[in-house]
Design a binder for this molecule. Structure first.
Ligand SMILES: [Zn+2]
Length: 117
């Protein structure tokens, strides 16, 4: 679990989409459970997205909604990463099991045929 200080340091990287999947995971978990960091994120997000919009002149839009959307997307990314890790693990286990089973079957064949070399 992140401390508030650690989470605070990740706010700007989050907005710039610079967080890795693991960091993003921890960051989002913290934002779900910590009201004060969540408020901090909202303020930073509003300011930085607002400024960027002034720069690009895209006009007014729903910044709080955009943050919600951004966090939904981030969650999706984290979930996809989790799924990928589980899938990798499952495939790895399957491969290992497959090799082991083949080896055992092969040994049984050798044993049954009386080790004819
Ligand atoms: Zn916090």
């Amino acid at each position: 679990m992140l401390t508030c200080k650690e989470a605070e340091k990740m706010v700007m990287p989050y907005i710039d989409e610079m967080l890795g999947e693991e960091e993003l995971d921890e960051f989002l978990e913290h934002m779900e459970s910590c009201e004060s960091c969540r408020e901090e994120l909202e303020i930073y997000y509003t300011v930085s997205v607002g400024l960027r919009q002034l720069d690009s002149g895209t006009g007014v839009f729903d910044i709080t909604g955009a943050l919600e959307e951004s966090m939904d997307l981030a969650w999706l990314k984290v979930r996809a990463a989790r799924l990928r890790r589980i899938a990798c693990y499952a495939v790895g286990t399957l491969c290992t099991t497959g090799v082991l089973v083949t080896l055992i079957l092969q040994l049984r064949i050798w044993w049954q045929t009386g080790w004819k070399w």
